[in-house]
Design a protein around this ligand. Sequence first.
Ligand SMILES: Cc1cc2nc3c(=O)[nH]c(=O)nc-3n(C[C@H](O)[C@H](O)[C@H](O)COP(=O)(O)OP(=O)(O)OC[C@H]3O[C@@H](n4cnc5c(N)ncnc54)[C@H](O)[C@@H]3O)c2cc1C
Length: 211
Amino acid sequence: MPVTSSPLHIAVVGGGIGGLAAALATARAGHRVTLVERATRFGEMGAGLQLAPNASLALDELGVLGAVRHTAVAPPRLVMMDALTGHEVTALDLRGTAYTDRFAHPYLVTHRTDLHAALLSACQEHPGVTLRTGHTVTGAEQNGLGVHLSFAENHAELTADAVVAADGLHSRLRQSLVNDGEPVCSRYVAFRGALPTGKMTGPMSRHAAGA
Ligand SMILES: Cc1cc2nc3c(=O)[nH]c(=O)nc-3n(C[C@H](O)[C@H](O)[C@H](O)COP(=O)(O)OP(=O)(O)OC[C@H]3O[C@@H](n4cnc5c(N)ncnc54)[C@H](O)[C@@H]3O)c2cc1C
């Protein structure tokens, strides 16, 4: 929805799922956005991603749910399994009336790369978004007029009315703002991977999302 006051120029630092979603939402609200990403090209790594209905509602409001659904799967069941035995602990019916009466939006499973690609494509198509790769932010200084960003790359600089820090778990901007130290490791480790559905055995099912 367009803003009623003057449009602002907003800088977004980081071109992951968070930064692209923030850039798209800000541009769709009528502001001008410059997104800077340190990598020389946009890309996303990793495996699968579960999108609960609050996430698919947000994607709908960003105008990308159709593109995301194109490659996503809407499993009929969500199964919670015992981490040691693999036995089913409980399950949710994701297509029954209890679910659909409460949530208008689907529970989806997709690949991280596909979600990132849908958001990137929408940002590339939006006239209010400028995307710059190969820009590593080294610092942000705020004064009465806005925020000035400095970069590792020679001569690069950017001034904006405000900056959104979406530079990930080890955010440099978060440190410069709140300086609360490195993320704390919980010492619980989970491994994730992707395999063809034909190789799924036992309690795993191609017709359910597991957790
Ligand atoms: C194993 C695992 C499973 C998960 N499963 C789910 C799930 O099922 N559902 C779900 O919703 N979420 C899930 N998450 C969480 C979700 O994946 C992350 O929260 C999300 O991807 C983070 O996105 P981001 O854009 O904030 O950060 P990132 O993806 O880390 O992006 C940060 C970007 O900032 C750039 N950057 C960093 N520093 C600078 C700098 N100084 N200057 C310029 N650019 C910079 C980086 O290059 C990067 O592109 C999972 C996470 C993990 C680890």
